[in-house]
Ligand binder design. Structure first.
Ligand SMILES: [Zn+2]
Length: 264
C-alpha cells in the first residue's frame, strides 16, 4: 500500500497482476498493489502509463469489479485491477479495451528482434521488418497497416497510436516465437513455406519450364515442383532446407503445447 495519504485529495487503489507489476516505475516502493493520488480529471489509460505500464500489455481492466475501457475517467476511491494479456489473445475480435479489431493476423517487428521476424515469415505470418526503421515509424506502421507491434522496448509500446502490441520477454528468437505463437493462439494458423523469408512476399507456384534458365544443374535435374516470391522473384523448391523448416516448426509447436500444460 502507499506510503502516505493526503487528506481530501482523490485516491484510487491500483492492483497490477502478474508481470504488469514488473513494469511499475516505483515497484520497490509500492509493490503490485498501492494507493495513488490524482488531482485532475484523468483517463485510466493516462494514469496507468504514468505509473510505467504500457497500455497494449493490458488484457483486462476492471474498476470496482466491472470491466472498463481505456477512456474511463477515474473517480475517488475506485479500485482498479489490471490483468496482462493472457493466452489466447484474439486481436480479430473487438473488446471493451480494443473496440477496433485487426482484420488479419499481421506483425511489425522491432529492429532489435530481426531474427523473430524471419521466424514468423517462415511460419507464413505477414511480418514487416526494416532494419533502419525508427521507433516512431514502427508505431506508425502498426497503426496505419493494423499490425501487432512486437518489441523489447517498453517505451515504444507507450506510444498512443499503438493498439495491439506485445513486449517480448526473452532474448532468444526461438523462445520469442514460442511466446508469440502461444499468446495469439497461432498453432493452427501456421502455413509453412507460404511466404518469402527475406522479403515477406507471398510464394506462388510456378512451372519449371518458366524458370529453367535460373536453376542450377542439380536442382534442374532432381526437382519438379517450384514456388516463386511474387515480390522479389526468389525461387523456392523442396529440399533439405525445407525439411529443416518443417522440423523447426514441429519443435516450436511441441514447445507451445508444453508451455500450455505447465500453465494449467
Ligand atoms: Zn521475396
Amino acid at each position: 500500500m502507499g506510503i502516505f495519504l493526503i487528506f481530501g485529495m482523490p485516491v484510487v487503489t491500483f492492483i497490477f497482476q502478474n508481470y504488469l507489476s514488473e513494469m511499475l516505475k516505483k515497484k520497490e516502493l509500492y509493490g503490485s498493489s498501492f494507493l495513488h493520488h490524482f488531482d485532475r480529471k484523468a483517463s485510466i489509460k493516462d494514469v496507468i502509463e504514468s505509473l510505467g505500464v504500457p497500455h497494449p500489455l493490458i488484457g483486462k481492466l476492471t474498476v470496482n469489479g466491472a470491466e472498463v475501457g481505456f477512456d474511463y475517467i477515474l473517480r475517488d476511491k475506485d479500485i482498479v485491477e489490471a490483468t496482462p494479456l493472457t493466452p489466447p489473445v484474439n486481436p480479430l475480435i473487438a473488446d471493451i479495451l480494443r473496440p477496433d479489431p485487426l482484420d488479419r493476423i499481421a506483425f511489425v517487428v522491432d529492429v532489435n528482434v530481426g531474427k523473430l521476424a524471419m521466424h514468423l515469415r517462415t511460419l507464413g505470418f505477414d511480418t514487416v521488418y526494416e532494419n533502419a526503421t525508427r521507433d516512431g515509424k514502427l508505431a506508425g506502421i502498426a497503426y496505419a497497416q493494423k499490425r501487432i507491434l512486437l518489441t523489447r522496448d517498453v517505451s515504444l509500446l507507450k506510444r498512443k497510436i499503438v493498439m495491439h502490441g506485445y513486449l517480448l520477454r526473452t532474448q532468444d528468437p526461438t523462445r520469442q516465437l514460442i511466446e508469440v505463437v502461444r499468446l495469439y493462439d497461432l498453432s493452427s494458423k501456421i502455413k509453412p513455406l507460404s511466404r518469402c523469408i527475406p522479403c515477406n512476399g507471398l510464394l506462388v507456384p510456378i512451372s519449371k519450364e518458366t524458370i529453367l534458365e535460373r536453376l542450377e544443374p542439380l536442382t534442374r535435374k532432381y526437382y519438379e515442383s517450384f514456388h516463386i516470391c511474387e515480390k522479389c522473384k526468389k525461387i523456392y523448391w523442396p529440399g533439405s532446407h525445407q525439411e529443416k523448416i518443417v522440423t523447426f516448426i514441429q519443435e516450436v509447436l511441441t514447445a507451445v503445447r508444453q508451455n500450455e500444460t505447465q500453465d494449467t
